[in-house]
Write a protein that binds this ligand. Sequence first.
Ligand SMILES: Nc1ncnc2c1ncn2[C@@H]1O[C@H](COP(=O)(O)OP(=O)(O)OP(=O)(O)O)[C@@H](O)[C@H]1O
Length: 824
Amino acid sequence: MPVSTRSQIFGFQDDSNTIQRTRSRSNQEQEDPKMGPSPLLNPHHGLKEKMKALTLLYEQQKRASTALKNQSMMREKEEKEGRRLSTHPSVELLGSGKKEERETKSSTVMRENVLPNSTVTRTLVLPPCVSDVPEESKENAIGFDRILGFSCPRKGTVTTNTVARKLSMGGLVQQSEPRGIVRGGTKSGQELETITENSSSVGSKILVFVRLRPMAKKEKDAGSRSCVRIVNRRDVYLTEFASENDYLRLKRLRGRHFTFDASFPDSTTQQEVYSTTTAELVEGVLQGRNGSVFCYGATGAGKTYTMLGTMENPGVMVLAIKDLFAKIRQRSCDGNHVVHLSYLEVYNEMVRDLLSPGRPLVLREDKQGIVAAGLTQYRAYSTDEVMALLQQGNQNRTTEPTRVNETSSRSHAILQVVAEYRVRDASMNVVNRVGKLSLIDLAGSERALATDQRTLRSLEGANINRSLLALSSCINALVEGKKHIPYRNSKLTQLLKDSLGGACNTVMIANISPSNLSFGETQNTLHWADRAKEIRTKACQANEELFQVPETETDQAKLLLELQKENRELRVHLARQQQKLLSVQAQSLAANSSPTPSSVSSLLTPPPSAKPNEKRRTRSSILAGNCFNTPESKKRGADETVRELRRTVKALEAEMERMKKEHLLQLKQKDDFIRELSKKCAKSSEAAVEGVKRVVTRASLRPKDYTGSEMKSPSHRLTRSSLRQKESTGGELKSPNHRFLSPAPTAKKRSIWDITTANSPSITTLNGRKIRSHVAAEPAPAPAPSMLLQLAYPCFCFVLMFGPHVINCILQPGFARERAEPSK
Ligand SMILES: Nc1ncnc2c1ncn2[C@@H]1O[C@H](COP(=O)(O)OP(=O)(O)OP(=O)(O)O)[C@@H](O)[C@H]1O
């Protein structure tokens, strides 16, 4: 520094470090040939010189301390400013133009201050040599902050002094970046100042924005001039022109300067306004924070345009709802979102439901705050649905033409959107977040002259003004930190209680007209907006509820799961059992349909071409899974069985008949054979009787009539042969058949044969005794039937009685096989 070069203190080198430093510097300078010889080297310098050096040193110290003081003051101011702005999550004040970035890049000073307990990031880009500029200039540097939330910088917004600030609240910004924000600091690589602040513990201040509407045609026609100038999208300069009639003050200009969180010139689009003011509130609502946006201003200043907008240029309400649903759609896979909607108006100090108009509603205070009892809460599923509801509500809203505004809103309208988000966390507890967004379009403050003098309009105006006055009183009380806030003075302030003094992120948009004809209203609006900046709402924390699933409930849930599992298993088991039962029934049915043993059934079964098919059909119908047969199908099955049984019976009868015939035929054949044999025997025996008269036979005892008769019984042959045997053995019968020989005529005892054939028609009586016809030819005593006949007859009867299958089994097993073979 030039001052130090003049330091010529030599003798003070041991007194202080400062002097030591000064001396050393002086020594350096001594060596510098450009600087020339130092005056301190002159031994003739007296006290005067020393005093001069000391004075210089003192001045130097003083300047340094002043610089330090300025620095700390500036820091304090920045901190204060940052705190205020940090109450709003969406504001980001950064250098926007690339041109500016280029300008400041080369000469930016970086300072980093980290405050304890802070979470908010603030980025400052300071102009070149900021430390060297006077104090006033430094204040201006802060005063010329610009919002970089606007992606498209406009003409005339470029300044040499650029301060970029990034504000956030409760971590909102980290999660969602406001649209269109250009982070000048990060993009240009400029050195940044980062200040963090824990705003959540302090609470938040209301963010205040100002929007200037374009000059209306009516106003232009009336020759009005613009009295509002917005600089750097933040500063508002209000100019009061002297009255044309006041000739003395014609050239006098009175102006006022206001600074807000952001100020929107007349060219700002709806989307820009939404992005800067409300987008972050929507994000916060989805995280369980309450948010409020309200428009304040004189009648015709553009409040309804800002909140509702037109079809071509939808306003904040519409854009917020669209954004809300878009964000919900993005997170739909995470959990369940439920959106409820209500829309009401306060007209002449009456609360009315705009979605289902009827009787005025009563305001009540409960845990959730002030609520309108009986207000319709519509569950909305889509943006279109909300738009339709909004349109319906607006049709019900009270609007009347006034001198200032063709469609002047005569009521305060409040659209409330409640977003509930329910999700399960890692430990399966249910997290429930409820955020409420209130979008409020106030009626315009107005002078009586501005509206009609008609009774109703003036009454409306009076009520509007009264409620707005109550709002002003509340704002005043809040700013002054009074304990009692007069919310109850009007319905409007009651409804805004949460937004102004509750745990809520609140945004106020002050709408102003550019016309100098509305200077008074504009000044008033700006004045209250400026006051509102100081309102501090309570710390806004997420309305989050955690529903822990209690242990007992967990046990019950487990039990329920187990029971459900068991029930499922039992059902499967039951189905299997039913299947089995049905198959068993089917088998038994099949068995009933063919009750005979396999050999017999195969014998008696109808031709193989028909029967197996039927069986297969029955089986297949069961296997088809008809576990739960209808009664009809059961009846059909029974009929089928009966039909089958009948067929079997018929087949059996036919078979029996056939076997009977066969048997008779066989018997006849055998009888013929015996007859022939007996004839031959008779011839030979005649010859033998004639030769040997000693042998007495029955035949010899028979009358001659009978000798020629036919011997039909096969036993007759045996008799003859036994005779022949007797003859050969010397008259003694050695054959076991001897015992079957008919008894002697003297014997009265009757054989079974005699009894069974007693009633036979073919039996004739001989000597009072009945004999069979085929032995009738023989003389009495008639010989007993042969052994073959005695066996065959009971068998025949047995066959007739019990069916051919028994015979088949007992007597002629081979027969059945012979018969069965064709069926194979
Ligand atoms: N930013 C803007 N851009 C274009 N036109 C605007 C803008 N702001 C307001 N207007 C127009 O100005 C007129 C009045 O606006 P608006 O009805 O929104 O005023 P207001 O403040 O709601 O009035 P009131 O309190 O009487 O209801 C409307 O015709 C509107 O289209």
